[in-house]
Design a binder for this molecule. Structure first.
Ligand code: HEC
Length: 183
């Protein structure tokens, strides 16, 4: 059963991707893969994508612009590719967790699992709650980079997240990046 769910989800994502690329993005118009010069720039870009995606909360993570991992973080010294990007929620659960989408069932309702935060993510979330916008940590060897960035309420969010005020932390994105060779 679970395998069927996953198959449907993959189909959905694949079709979603096709529909997106078919929406008038001719080869001439297609934008080249994104290059961000800083972690902040990368995070701001995904916050914008999330804000303009249809749906609520986790379901926005499955929209093509959010699923696109084609960009490169190029800090000048190092280049990184995104290995994973997940939404961290702390509104619906007592314990903050990262959401991992599992499937859409026949009615296209989204289901997801959650996983416990890593120790970096726990520390980073505390820093975001106390006002930081972005926290990152490399593994010492420079091969991997973990980044967590805040998702804060704007005026446009408050019509639904009415119990919050502008600037409140609604969630966070957690990124795992992997160093890649310079061209
Ligand atoms: C049209 C109503 C609506 C608007 C506008 C809206 N949200 Fe939400 N949001 C929801 C609903 C409903 C949920 C719960 C979704 C669920 O249960 O899967 C949610 C969930 C979330 C979550 C997941 C929270 C958690 O811990 O599970 C985040 C993060 C979030 N919204 C951020 C935002 C941000 C940032 C904005 C503004 C840019 C925004 N939302 C605007 C309706 C909205």
């Amino acid at each position: 059963m679970r395998a069927i769910f996953v198959a449907v989800a993959i189909l959905f994502v694949t079709l979603g991707g096709k529909a997106f690329s078919a929406q008038g993005l001719s080869p001439q118009q297609a934008t080249p893969p994104q290059i961000w010069e800083s972690r902040e720039e990368m995070h701001d870009d995904y916050v914008r994508r999330f804000e303009s995606a249809a749906g609520f909360g986790m379901s926005r993570m499955l929209r093509p612009p959010m699923l696109d991992r084609g960009g490169t973080l190029d800090t000048g010294r190092s280049r990184y590719a995104i290995e994973a990007l997940e939404l961290v929620g702390h509104l619906q659960t007592d314990t903050p967790a990262a959401y991992v989408p599992t499937a859409h069932d026949a009615s296209l309702r989204l289901s997801f699992d959650s996983r416990a935060l890593t120790s970096f993510e726990t520390t980073a979330l505390a820093a975001l709650r106390s006002g930081n916008q972005l926290v990152s940590n490399d593994d010492g060897s420079g091969g991997a980079l973990a980044v967590m960035g805040a998702l804060r309420a704007k005026e446009s969010c408050l019509k639904c997240h009415g119990s919050r005020k502008a600037g409140d932390l609604l969630g966070a994105f957690t990124y795992r990046l992997r160093r890649i060779a310079h061209d």
